[in-house]
Design a protein around this ligand. Sequence first.
Ligand code: HEM
Length: 122
Amino acid sequence: MKTDRPVNLNLFPQPLAAIVSISHRITGGALFVGVAFALYALDMALSSPEGFRQAAEMIHQPFPAFVLFGLLFVLMFHIVAGVKHLLLDFHIGDTYAAAKNGAVAVIIISLLATAVLGAMLW
Ligand code: HEM
């Protein structure tokens, strides 16, 4: 049967702007889960001077350090992509051409912010 329906939409690979957009939602979910770890470490650090020392030691262990660093990146990405999203609501950077530049800027700024914060923390 011959039909005019569009077929083979070729949805992959998605444009970078789309990948950054869905990553924003995914990082939101990851933050929701990751806040539990951050609050656990904060609670430990604030409990007593000994607790503070334990928390400081903990974040220098490889696995907790990896989790915390990942959480930092996820937070930076979510904030930077969130600010871009809010700018889009004011029609700043909402053209097709600007979308790709905006996505690249989100990735670069969040990586840089993570590196700076990571260097300050460790
Ligand atoms: C621990 C803190 C945060 C958590 C757990 C969180 C979680 C989430 C989640 C799950 C979504 C997806 C909602 C959906 O797509 O239906 C979301 C969206 C959003 N977040 Fe966050 N968020 C946090 C912090 C922030 C911060 C600091 C900003 C600042 C810019 C921000 C800006 C946004 C924006 C603008 C959206 C809407 C994106 C859209 O409409 O597609 N979020 N957040």
